[in-house]
Design a protein around this ligand. Structure first.
Ligand SMILES: [Zn+2]
Length: 311
């Protein structure tokens, strides 16, 4: 594939891959600048708790000023926009509604990610990813002692051995296998109800390339063998800390043997079969927020109607 072809092949509309603000990494260690930003009334703060955040009545992120946030909340510096406005997340308690009287609800990215602006989608994803990481890493992986937040939320330092730990991202591959008859392989996970189908996926293992993981996961979960794999794009999936790497893969075999543990059913679909079954309500595809949906749409040849998606 040519260089220009590979750029054109990228998925361009990934919901959670959108972002417009500068992460301003050089400010993270600048305590004087950070204090100045926190005392600036134009600074915007998003409160976050266990992957959820407050929303306005219009389902936009509810941004507040620094003086409206609990002084004990840990601050995570997210970046600066083109107008010089600084953005932070604040890790608050589960019932912390003080200062946000107009918040009608707390929600998460799966539910509200599609409707957010490009700016807010990027800031919300970073907030949730960082909050998850801090919540899951209170102790040092080297010596087991406690860690404390540093660098405006982008480091945890061990209080005993001084080891520095950085936000973790786990790469996962997600892939649509397509056979020589232009059919797509979709599978159903054990925990899903009958009729729900999606692309197969799995984590990249230690010491493994992403391309090898695509081939291994397809073989393990479905028995299907693929040769060429084509990278199409990535999006963060902070549930709690994945980065989904999306592929199409060319199948050289079509016999299916599911693993019966993760995947209990897998099938080859023609476009007509997918359309007919989705219109009849017998089959549902993944929600629009997912890269799986975009991988299926790319094969299908256009946007899939919202009502074909599972809840
Ligand atoms: Zn330590």
């Amino acid at each position: 594939m040519s260089a220009s072809g590979s750029i054109e092949s990228l998925l361009g509309n990934l919901t959670l891959a959108r972002a417009t603000t500068d992460r301003a990494e050089h400010r993270r260690g600048d305590d004087a600048w950070l204090l100045g930003a926190w005392s600036n009334p134009t600074t915007r703060v998003l409160r976050v708790n266990r992957a959820r955040f407050p929303l306005t009545a219009d389902a936009d992120l509810l941004w507040v000023g620094p003086d409206e946030v609990d002084v004990s909340a840990e601050r995570l510096f997210l970046g600066v926009d083109g107008a010089g406005v600084a953005y932070f997340a604040a890790r608050v308690g589960p019932d912390d509604d003080e200062g946000v009287p107009s918040a009608i609800t707390w929600g998460d990215l799966r539910q509200y990610g599609v409707g957010l602006s490009d700016r807010d989608a990027g800031l919300a994803v970073a907030s949730v990813a960082l909050d998850n990481w801090h919540g899951n890493h209170p102790r040092c992986a080297r010596c087991g002692d406690s860690t404390v937040i540093g660098n405006a939320g982008w480091i945890r330092r061990c209080t005993s051995c001084a080891a520095e730990h950085y936000p973790r991202t786990d790469p996962a591959v997600i892939m649509l296998a397509i056979d020589d008859d232009d059919r797509a392989l979709l599978g159903r996970r054990a925990e899903w109800q009958p009729g729900w189908f999606s692309t197969l996926a799995g984590f990249v293992e230690a010491g493994e390339s992403a391309e090898a993981a695509v081939r291994r996961e397809l073989a393990e979960e479905s028995g299907v063998v693929v040769d060429e794999v084509t990278y199409l794009g990535s999006q963060p999936w902070p549930f709690p800390c994945s980065l989904m790497l999306g592929y199409h893969a060319h199948a050289t075999s079509t016999d299916i043997t599911v693993d019966e543990t993760e995947i209990v059913e897998a099938r080859w679909f023609t476009r007509d079969e997918l359309r007919a079954e989705c219109e009849a309500g017998a089959t549902a595809v993944p929600p629009a927020v997912s890269i799986a949906r975009k991988l299926i749409e790319r094969w299908f040849g256009g946007e899939i109607p919202g009502e074909w998606g599972r809840p």
